[in-house]
Design a protein around this ligand. Structure first.
Ligand SMILES: [Ca+2]
Ligand SMILES: [Ca+2]
Ligand SMILES: [Ca+2]
Length: 428
């Protein structure tokens, strides 16, 4: 390699900077890329303040998008998870909001009246507590024969009126789970709207995300109904005046939880195409694929379904790459995967010459990756790792060709090879 790159350095480099045309991305699918994690198998994944943290070999690391390896790992512990005050659910979380009339919410009043036991233990909550902007606490009971089969309330201003709504799973011990919305009404914590329960005991549901999933004002609630037995993805719209949740759309074949787990975040919303409307990533029913779904005109459509080497068992996080958001999640196998759109995923080079040739991709900082490509063969490299592509007849060749790859380029083809930098390249 030493010899090769010394030789390369001698080549005159009038590297043709070809005018790149921004053609539409190819029909290439979204991809899962296995991330090489320092420390090996990932044992835990946490998301805090928009940052994804993973634990491997007892070491916690924060993930960030970076140029050469795509994802960089920095030793760092996630902040301690906020817990409810005394009397709160022991394994519950504390929800906080920076604005609105309700600033904190948590579940309290542990009870064992419901034996479903799918959230880590057989203890659920009998009480919802909210703390308002003035620091006053307000309580409401789940009701007779009813529990909050949930770990942490979700705070959001669903209808954009400046008042905070609380979204919780309210389960009837004889009829299963319903999705409920609470809020302050004249200073009193009140049930504002709820869906019908599923209809059978031991039937649960898990919210996936609260975001603007359609072009209409307000945030919608995306949830998975019966995630353990072949779940339905359902979108709900909150109507405060009508005191109702209105079902907007349905799709089948999802899961965002497995029995016994306290991790409820097996899904994430992100605006993937920069149209200010969120898309949703969540596992398939058997959790061996990450499905990316979009909502429009009352319909749910699949943007992509990315197969994974093992089942998802950790939270799904969003990471902002240069070309747009991508998803990171952990698998039962201890693997960590990045699920990314084709544009941000890879940059592919096609060999249209009639000889087998050696292609070397060089990153902005000088890191190199090589691949031999046969005639008509295409090789792909991580997109952000490409600044220059070289081609040689073989590793011992003294001269070859190079081309600078503009940041806007989608793909590259070598039309024909000729030594001394006389190659014919095509950049798209
Ligand atoms: Ca509101
Ligand atoms: Ca909306
Ligand atoms: Ca969008």
């Amino acid at each position: 390699m030493e010899r090769l790159f010394r030789a390369v350095a001698l080549i005159a480099l009038p590297a043709l900077l070809l005018g790149a045309s921004l053609t539409a991305g190819s029909a290439e699918a979204w991809k899962a890329l296995k991330l090489k994690v320092p420390g090996g198998a990932v044992t835990d994944l946490e998301i805090a303040g928009g940052t994804i943290f993973v634990q491997a070999g007892r070491q916690w690391m924060a993930l960030s998008a970076c140029t050469d390896q795509r994802i960089c790992f920095t030793p760092k512990r996630p902040p301690e998870r906020a817990r409810p005050p005394a009397g709160g659910l022991a394994d519950g979380g504390l929800a906080t909001s920076a604005s609105g009339d309700i600033r904190k919410a948590w579940f309290a009043g542990p009870t064992d009246i419901y034996g479903h036991g799918i959230l880590g233990d057989r203890i659920e909550a009998a009480m919802l507590v909210a703390q308002d902007a003035g620091g006053t606490r307000h309580k409401i009971a789940a009701g007779a024969g009813v529990v909050f089969e949930d770990l942490q309330p979700r705070l959001a201003d669903l209808d954009g009126d400046g008042r905070t709504e609380i979204v919780a799973i309210r389960t009837f011990t004889d009829a299963g789970a319903s999705l409920a919305v609470y809020g302050l009404v004249r200073g009193k914590l009140s049930l504002l709207a709820q869906t019908p329960p599923i209809g059978l005991p031991s039937r649960w549901r898990n919210p996936s995300a609260i975001a603007d999933f359609d072009a209409r004002p307000g945030l919608e609630i995306a949830e998975v109904v019966t995630p353990h037995i072949g779940g339905t993805l359902r979108l709900w719209r909150f109507d405060r005046a009508a005191g109702a949740l209105e079902a907007v759309a349905d799709a089948f074949g999802f899961s965002n939880h497995f029995i016994g787990s306290r991790e409820l975040r097996l899904s994430a919303a992100a605006d993937l195409d920069a149209d200010a409307i969120s898309e949703l990533a969540l596992p398939s029913a058997d959790r061996t694929a990450l499905r990316i779904m979009a909502f429009s005109a009352g319909k749910i459509t699949e943007v992509a379904a990315v197969n994974l080497p093992a089942r998802i068992d950790k939270a799904v996080g969003v990471i902002a790459e240069a070309d747009g958001p991508a998803f990171v999640t952990g698998l039962e196998s201890g693997e960590l995967v990045l699920v990314a759109a084709p544009d941000s995923a890879t940059f592919c080079v096609e060999n249209r010459d009639k000889e087998r040739l050696l292609f070397i991709a060089q990153s902005p900082s000088g890191k190199r990756q090589k691949q031999y490509l046969k005639p008509a063969e295409t090789g792909c490299f991580p997109r952000q790792a490409i600044a220059t592509v070289w081609v040689f007849e073989d590793l011992d060749a003294l001269e070859g060709c190079s081309v600078l790859v503009p940041a806007t380029a989608k793909s590259l083809a070598l039309q024909s090879y000729a030594s001394f930098d006389n190659c014919d390249w095509r950049v798209d």
